[in-house]
Design a protein around this ligand. Structure first.
Ligand SMILES: [Zn+2]
Length: 336
């Protein structure tokens, strides 16, 4: 069997015609396998959804009870067969519940890695390399210029800023699923024990993470109406990036805008967003992680879903690994 008979890019997303399912479809379909809860991968409105328990919970939190016709939870490493296609989920190290999906038939195994990273992250299960014939990878940071620094060094920058500007409210923009909890956890691991104030949009997901055993310390609502503004002096406030253009953000005393994202490597972006303290903390692989993963897996073929596809495809070809871009549309990750 050729790999593209087992899985191919359709307008809705990667499609397995034998299994009759899509992986991370961007439009409502009858049967979807979902790698993780970010909104570009996990959409509402599918007939049936197969995902990890945590991803299903996260979808329910974000979309409500009717997010799918029916749901089925799968554990890491559990073997399932869907219309004679063997399916297994493995940890991807991206956000809580995130998985790579291995699709196998007649000895041919394709791994859809979804979004993944290799850096240690105590807020989710660590990436596991899965041997395969075809490895499907994203390439959000698929250019040699992208080297993400150690996230703990970035956290130290934030702590240094808090010492340097003890009066200013440090407002940290971080995506609601994954990044916000990771930033909070990094601060805790760096020894920051004061309460951290969170925007209302983060409350449910932070509560869910804490309920799953991810220690985030004391979190308090960052609702300025009900509180004396002076308590936010020198405090850390975490909110979704979208909240930073709101009136909400402007009410804090002398706010110091920070943003946690892999894109903060690009000075221009930080400047455009008015970010005073860029924190390069990414939930994606940087270039060395992407290329080291492919070197480690030694797949027969690499397919690149989206991002800086051409550079990674070229790199694979130089290593003697056939590769092709899939040009998948609709994955503008909310979590980089
Ligand atoms: Zn993602």
């Amino acid at each position: 069997m050729r790999p593209d008979q087992l899985l191919y890019p359709a307008p809705e997303g990667l499609f397995c015609p034998i299994g009759g399912f899509y992986v991370d479809p961007v439009r409502p379909v009858e049967r979807a396998l979902v790698t993780h809860g970010h909104s570009d991968h996990a959409r509402a409105g599918h007939g049936r959804v197969l995902a990890t328990r945590q991803t299903l919970d996260i979808m329910r939190i974000r979309y409500g009870d009717g997010f799918a016709g029916s749901e089925q939870a799968v554990g890491f490493g559990e073997e399932l067969t869907i219309n004679s296609v063997r399916v297994q989920f493995h940890p991807a190290g991206h956000v809580l519940g995130s998985a790579q999906i291995a699709v196998e038939k007649d000895g041919l195994r394709i791994v859809v890695s979804g979004d993944y990273k290799r850096r240690p992250d105590p807020t989710c299960a660590a990436y596991v390399p899965v041997a395969c014939d075809v490895f499907i990878t994203e390439a959000t940071f698929g250019l040699p210029v992208f080297h993400h620094p150690d996230p703990m060094d970035e956290t130290e920058k934030l702590l240094a800023s808090l010492r340097q500007f003890p009066e200013r409210t440090h407002l940290i923009g971080a995506y609601a699923l994954g990044k916000a909890q990771r930033v909070i956890r990094l601060l805790r691991d760096a020894g920051y024990s004061k309460p951290i104030y969170i925007h209302g949009a983060l409350e449910t997901l932070c509560g869910y993470y804490a309920g799953q055993g991810i220690v985030l310390g004391e979190l308090l609502p960052a609702t300025i109406e009900s509180r004396d503004q002076s308590i936010f002096k020198g405090a850390v406030v975490v909110g979704p990036p979208s909240a930073f253009s709101d009136r909400w953000a402007r009410r804090f005393y002398d706010p110091l805008p920070a943003f946690a994202s892999g894109w903060m490597m690009v000075r221009q972006r930080a400047k455009q967003l008015g970010v005073e303290l860029p924190l390069v903390i990414s939930d994606h692989c940087d270039w060395p992680e992407l290329t080291e993963t492919i070197s480690e897996l030694k797949p027969g073929e690499v397919w690149v879903t989206h991002g800086r596809e051409e550079a990674l495809v070229r790199w694979c070809e130089l290593q003697g690994i056939p590769a092709k871009p899939l040009h998948l549309i609709g994955y503008e990750d909310e979590g980089d």
